[in-house]
Design a protein around this ligand. Sequence first.
Ligand code: FEO
Length: 406
Amino acid sequence: MYTPFEIKKDIFYVGVNDRTKYQFENHFLLPKGVAYNSYILKDEKTVLFDTVDISYSDVFLHKIKSVLGDKPIDYLVINHMEPDHSGAIEWLVSKFPDIKIVGNSRTEDMLKGFYGITDNVIVIKDKEELSIGEKTLRFYLTPMVHWPETMITYVPELHAIFSGDAFGAFGALNGGILDTQIDPERYHGEMIRYYASVVGKYGSPVQKALEKLSEIEIEAICSTHGPVWVNRKNIENVLALYDKLSKYEADEGLVIAYGSMYGNTEQLAEIIADSAARHGVKDIVMHNVSKSSESHILRDIFKYKGLIVGSPTYNSKLYPGVESLLSALENRQMKNRIFGYFSVYAWANGAKKELKAFSEKMDFELIGEPFDMKQSLNPEAIEKAWELGRLMAERLLSEKAVYIDN
Ligand code: FEO
C-alpha cells in the first residue's frame, strides 16, 4: 500500500499528518496542520522511534508494515511521552507483544501512569548505549525539552539524532519530508511558533541540551514534528535558531499587541506603529489580541526585540485577551525585551496598575513613559503615543548601530 521512504541509510519515515485537529494541545491553532513523525531504524534489531497520535494508529500500522512486512519491532524508543507521540504505545504493544520499550526512569513512571505498562521496559541512563547490531543507540537525557522525561537518541554510525519535540515545527508535511525536498523557509515561522508555544518556557534546559549536542556530529535531525533536516546548512540554521530562541535573543523589530473593544485603544496602537515606522523601524507586527491567536502573538514576540502592549480597562482589570497574553509571557519567563505600555479607561483605570505590576515583574527594559487615555483620542494621548513610537524606534535602531560597530 505505502512505498517505504528511506530518509537516510536504514532509517525509514513512518510518521503521519494531521490536518483535522483544530488546536494542538487543544490550545494552539493548527492552520497548516501538524505531523507526528515516527521512524524505523533497521539493523540486526529493528527500532521504532516514538509513536503517533492514537487517531492515526491504522495508517501508522500500514506504514510500519510497508517497511517491515511481517517482521517484528524489537525496540520502541520513547524520546517523549506527551500523548501526541505516546498515544499509540498501548495499542502498539497489543500488535507487537514482545516489543521492548526503551526510556529513562521518568519515562518508566509515565508509562505506568498513562498506560499501565510495566513489562518489557528497559530503563537507560544519560549517555548509555544500546547496540542493535552494526549500529548503536546513545541516549542523551534532555529533561524539560519539553517534559521531564524527554531525551534525544543519537545513532553515531549515521550521525543522526531522534530529537523528540526539539527542532520541531507546526505544519503537516505536504509530500516532502526532507528539507532537501522542500523550501525550508515554509517551516521557519512554524518552527518559531512551535518553540514559542510548546518549548518556550524552557530556555535553560534547551541550552543544556544544545551543549550536549555540541559534542557530536549531526548529519540528520529527525524531530517528532515538521521536516527532517539533512542539509548541512539547514542543520546549522536550525541549531542556531534554537540557540537564539532559548537565549531570548531577537531581531530588530516591534510587536504591538493590544486589546480594543470599540477602537479607542486600537487608534493609539496605530499612532505608535505609524511613529515607529516613520522613525525607521521596518518590521512592525500589530496583533489585536481578540483576533490573533496567542501562539501567533508569542511567535512574533519571540522573534522581535521590541514589545508594546496596550489594554483597555475591563471590569476594573486588564482586557481578558491581554491578561492571557501577559500570563503566557510570564509563564515563558520572557526576557531581554524593550518594553512599553499604555492603557485606556472610561472612568477608573485598573489596567494601568496591572500593566505596571507586569512591567516591574519582568526582566524587560522599559522604554518611554507609560501613559493612559481617558475615553477617546485627545491631543495629549496622541502626542504621548507618537513619542512612545519614536523612542522605541530610536532604541531599536541604536541596538543595530551597536551591532554594526562591533
Ligand atoms: Fe510533540 Fe511535547 O509533544
